[in-house]
Each structure stands twice: as C-alpha cells, then as structure tokens.
Design a protein around this ligand. Structure first.
Ligand code: CA
Length: 232
C-alpha cells in the first residue's frame, strides 16, 4: 500500500513537472508570435498612417482647391494691372499679321494696334503657325530704367514660342535682356497667360520693347493682347 502511494506521488510529480514545463514554454511561444505580429503591424504602420493622412480628396475639397487656384490667379493679375511702375504700349508694329496675304488685308480683329493699351481681350495675331520667326515691337510714352517685361497671351497662344526680349534705349540702340527657350505653359487658371521676365535694372532708359517668337516652338497662331514695360 505504501509502495502504491509512493508510485502515485512520483507519477503526480512527473505530470505536474511536465505541465509546468509546458506552461513555461507557452508564454515564450506566444510572446514570440506576438513579436512577429507586432513587427508586421509596425511594418504596415507607415502605409496605414500615410493612407489615413492622405485620403482621396472629397468633391468639396477638390472644388475648394480649384477656387483657391482661381483666387491666386485673380490676385496675381490684379497686382500686375495696378502696378504703378508698369506702362502699356502707345504704339505697336509687327513682322506679320494674320490676313497679310489676303487681298483685303488683315481684319481689325487681328491688327497689331490691338496690343496698344491695357488688356482688353483684343489681340494681334501673327500670320504663320510654325514657320520662321515673327516679332512685335511696342513703344512707350516714358523711357524708364526697366526691370521687367510682361507679355499677355490670349489663352497661352504663343507663350511657349517667345525666344527673345530686346529693349531699345533712348539713343536707338537695341539691347537683349532675355533670350532662350520659354519654360512657360498656358496658365489654365485664367483666360490669359502672363509671360513675365525680370532682369537686372537697366542702366539706360528703355523706350521700346521688341519680342521675338520662334513659330515652330508652339505650332498655331500666336495671339498677344498687351505688353507691359516695368521700370522707373
Ligand atoms: Ca489688347
């Protein structure tokens, strides 16, 4: 009887020990699994956070963004239009005008005189879509030490074709203030695209501006509404 009790006790001890061992193993395994899950979650976290902070904009948000862009254009244009250092041309001539090759000549709709004065929706249109160069020359009432020229294109027609800007000093000499490949595209926020080039204030007084258009750089007719000379 005593022997049986001893055997039972021994068996119980073995079982308890086994159980204990198993229970000691379990947390480790589960901990290891939890670590894996945690690191997987961590790896996914940036994507989840990015998705949360950058969701697809709603229709209302898109509309608000569009209105902000239109407002920025309105402010930009208002600043240019009311610039007290800017002058509008008092006279203009061009290398070609749409309709030159027609018997009746160009219509007033495309005439170069349309570039005189402030922006008004009336434009000069050149006569060649993709061939050679055209130029537009504008004169101003008050000669100034110039620092900027602003050319207003109707719907961006020709803004990519501008290749040179020259200023004429009061002694009649022409000086190039900018020459190159235009990096500007049509400004889709408004009906007009302002091509603006700033440069170091001229030491001479400028009385006229000459723009050159490389017609092949933006195929199609070029339409300029007005040109500002900025300086003092
Ligand atoms: Ca005009």
């Amino acid at each position: 009887m005593k022997k049986i009790s001893y055997l039972l006790l021994t068996l119980t001890c073995i079982l308890v020990s086994a159980c204990h061992k198993k229970s000691a193993d379990t947390p480790a395994a589960s901990q290891s699994m939890s670590t894996e899950v945690a690191s997987a979650a961590q790896a996914n976290a940036p994507a989840t956070q990015a998705a949360a902070s950058n969701p697809e904009p709603s229709e209302a948000e898109q509309e608000l963004e569009r209105k902000k862009q239109l407002m920025a254009y309105a402010s930009m244009e208002d600043q240019y239009l009311n610039d007290t250092k800017a002058q509008w041309a008092i006279d203009a001539k061009a290398s070609s005008t749409f309709g030159d090759d027609q018997r009746s000549g160009p219509s007033s709709t495309n005439a170069v005189v349309n570039t005189k004065g402030s922006v008004d929706g009336k434009t000069w249109t050149n006569n060649r879509q993709d061939m050679g160069f055209d130029w537009l020359e504008l004169s101003y009432e008050k000669p100034v030490s110039a620092s900027e020229v602003r050319i207003i294109f109707e719907n961006g027609a020709g803004v990519e074709a501008i290749s040179k800007i020259e200023l004429q000093s009061t002694d009649g000499k022409w000086n190039t203030v900018w020459e190159g490949i235009s990096d500007q595209k049509q400004d889709r926020r408004g009906n007009r695209t302002w091509f603006v080039r700033s440069f170091e204030k001229t030491t001479y007084k400028a009385k006229a501006v000459k723009l050159t258009l490389a017609n092949n750089l933006q195929r199609g007719y070029k339409e300029i509404d007005a040109v500002q000379l900025v300086g003092e």
